[in-house]
Design a protein around this ligand. Sequence first.
Ligand code: PAF
Length: 293
Amino acid sequence: MRIISSTEEMQAACRELRRQQMPAGLVPTMGALHEGHLSLVRMARSQARTVAVSIFVNPLQFGPAEDYGRYPRTFASDCRMLEAEGVDIVFAPSVEEMYPPDACTYVFVEGMSDRLCGRSRPGHFRGVTTVVAKLFNIVLPGLAFFGQKDAAQVAVLRRMARDLNFDLSVIVGPTVREADGLALSSRNQYLDAQQRKSAAFLYRALSVIEKLAKEGESDTQRLIEAGKQVLAGVPADGAAVTLDYLEIADPETLKEVTNLQSDPNRGAMAAIAAYVGSTRLIDNVVLRPAVAD
Ligand code: PAF
């Protein structure tokens, strides 16, 4: 497994792969790898002859009061895991390599970057789209793999790839969960035992919404209320869950959906973000409304 930190060297290696008609499958990550990332790596392995994984904690997508400084950095063990998965190239640039001091160009997906997480994390999606556009230009992948857990990120990146004519397909892998439903996230390691128990309520709330939608409830306000009631059931002696948002949105445009039946051809997802202690967690489920007989 090659580990490359220079953008020039990475671009030269990947240009050669493209020239040989076997562009890399790219899995962009910020490291602190878990089974969710590894499931994407396995997908990439099965669909691309060469697999590249980027590890870069991107300062541009963190707000000033967020966890950039304490975000877990576990490079050596990440590399051991990736080597065991048969990854060909790890791209791990420094911040200076990715953002020379005079860099002043950003990619911004207008009208989508301020929805869901973008509303409570101003600048977050601009940071994500800027770094991913750079990674696409450096790695020139044929396929790029992202997790469904970050559904809003997926929507924004798909739109960016389409609007800017990147010559690649965005592939989305399913959310990997713990036994109690908690979506795997590098941030789960911030949780203490009590917070870890409360964190499972996010998926419980989403599951209730999913079940009610399947049973025929199509009014999204009622679905959201049902989800909020689940969150209100966090035991009083447990760690509090503070809701940032619980919304039902179109997974492509991220616009709010008011009724699941109003346009049955369009999809809908229930998306949640909540703080457990000071840790912000996100999750979502795709809703499939009841089908009339
Ligand atoms: O999903 C992530 O880990 C990051 O947002 C990404 C796509 C690697 C960009 O920094």
